[in-house]
Design a protein around this ligand. Structure first.
Ligand code: CA
Ligand code: CA
Ligand code: CA
Ligand code: CA
Length: 202
């Protein structure tokens, strides 16, 4: 490893050590009914009605974080009731808290846009996050004919960037940096192993 690569790896190790509790867990296609691409946003089963409520579970995030947020990317949340013509669309989001569903709030996006709705998760959810947070969506609570599509559910801790709300979006630059950093560390470990092998044959 040359000096620049070594310093980069060292910097990434320092960076990850400093942000040890910052994590991101993304639930998205092909999990459940998250739409895989923008082109399918009005297709079944992704464009879902009042009687098509569903639930999903996030991957576990190890304890040690101080704050947590749930970011849900939805399309066609008609909170304006299509310009006031109809009562507004209400899609309620719940999270599992040690034995009971707790209402976090409603999706707050508009009509024809992909947008995150962000919910702050209090300390009462931290044990549930460590076990893998369960989330529930009640689509069109008043059952008046609204439908909605979800792209992803992104659970973040300690202020991590939830990234792009668009379905099938490529990873953010920060994610690439972490992936490249991870590959660099693997390379470093492989070099170390090779070095040990040479020593054992000497
Ligand atoms: Ca419903
Ligand atoms: Ca709890
Ligand atoms: Ca609409
Ligand atoms: Ca809608």
């Amino acid at each position: 490893m040359n000096k620049v690569a070594y310093l980069t790896a060292a910097a990434l190790i320092g960076l990850s050590a400093g942000a040890a509790n910052a994590a991101v867990d993304i639930a998205e296609a092909p999990t459940g009914f998250f739409v895989p691409t923008d082109a399918e946003k009005f297709d079944s089963p992704y464009y879902r009605d009042a009687d098509e409520d569903w639930e999903w579970t996030h991957g576990a995030i190890a304890p040690g974080f101080a704050t947590a947020e749930l970011n849900i990317s939805a399309f066609d949340v008609d909170t304006d009731g299509n310009g006031g013509t109809f009562p507004p669309e209400v899609d309620n989001v719940y999270a599992w808290d040690s034995g009971a569903w707790v209402l976090l709030g409603s999706l707050d996006g508009f009509g024809e846009v992909w947008e995150f709705t962000t919910f702050n998760l209090g300390a009462n959810f931290f044990d549930d996050i460590a076990a893998g947070l369960q989330v529930r969506l009640d689509i069109d609570v008043d059952n008046i004919g609204w439908s909605v599509t979800l792209a992803k559910s992104t659970l973040t801790t300690d202020g991590s960037d939830p990234g792009d709300p668009t379905p099938g979006a490529v990873p953010e630059p920060t994610t690439w940096a972490m992936m490249i950093g991870g590959l660099g560390l693997v390379g470093l470990q492989m070099r170390r192993r090779r070095g040990k092998t040479v020593v054992s044959f000497a």
